[in-house]
Design a protein around this ligand. Structure first.
Ligand SMILES: C[S@@+](CC[C@H](N)C(=O)[O-])C[C@H]1O[C@@H](n2cnc3c(N)ncnc32)[C@H](O)[C@@H]1O
Length: 190
């Protein structure tokens, strides 16, 4: 059974919200390292309608702080997360908001959002706040989208080691070439 079952993520967004795709991404990227989420703090960039906030809370994290520019999506996320208390959203632009956050987090989620942002600058900002693990997933389907090689270079320059995950054979990701990485600070923060 999907971790997203019985939730209205599909109804609250038309943006890659197909439950099968969300489940595939969860199974591919998060589930193999589920034990790393227990009791950890999470910063989530581009939390949208709370789909991966929800997955983190179900995996037993201690708290999630999401940054999202879309007020309506924050409203919908709060409705979908009504069983939980340990989350908070900041409504705002990631590039402006991130430098103002002083807190450090065990895990940073950077899923489906880097292609909207200044990749290098945002990864540097993430590095200053990420204690243990950063998850990146993205896709390549047009020129402006950072390629995997560009992203890997940005990660090195920002002080992350990374593992690029093999794409499962059965995962089309809406026909786009998706890629995902587990990234770890070269020097862990405490
Ligand atoms: C494609 S959705 C990804 C949602 C989810 N993280 C996922 O991977 O399925 C990208 C989200 O990032 C938000 N977003 C994009 N650029 C942003 C910015 N500069 N500041 C804050 N949120 C932003 C969008 O509003 C949208 O909700």
């Amino acid at each position: 059974m999907s971790i997203f079952n019985n939730r209205n993520f599909h109804e609250t967004s038309n943006l890659a919200s197909d439950i099968d795709i969300l489940t595939h991404r969860y199974n591919w990227i998060l589930k193999p390292i589920i034990q790393e989420f227990k009791n950890k703090s999470v910063l989530e960039l581009g939390s949208h309608n709370g789909r991966f906030t929800f997955a983190c809370l179900k995996m037993g994290v201690s708290n999630v702080l999401g940054i999202e520019q879309d007020t309506e999506m924050i409203y919908k996320a709060k409705q979908s997360l009504s069983d939980f208390q340990n989350f908070k959203f900041i409504q705002g632009d990631i590039e402006k908001t991130l430098p103002q956050i002083e807190e450090k987090f065990d895990i940073v989620l950077c899923m489906g959002v880097l292609y909207y942002l200044d990749c290098q600058e945002v990864l540097l900002q993430c590095r200053k706040r990420c204690k243990r693990l950063m998850i990146v997933d993205s896709f390549v389907n047009r020129e402006l989208v950072p390629s995997l090689r560009f992203l890997q270079n940005c990660l090195c320059e920002s002080g992350f080691n990374y593992t690029t995950l093999d794409v499962p054979n059965d995962f089309l990701g809406y026909g786009k070439k998706r890629f995902a990485l587990h990234c770890r600070p070269i020097i862990p923060l405490f």
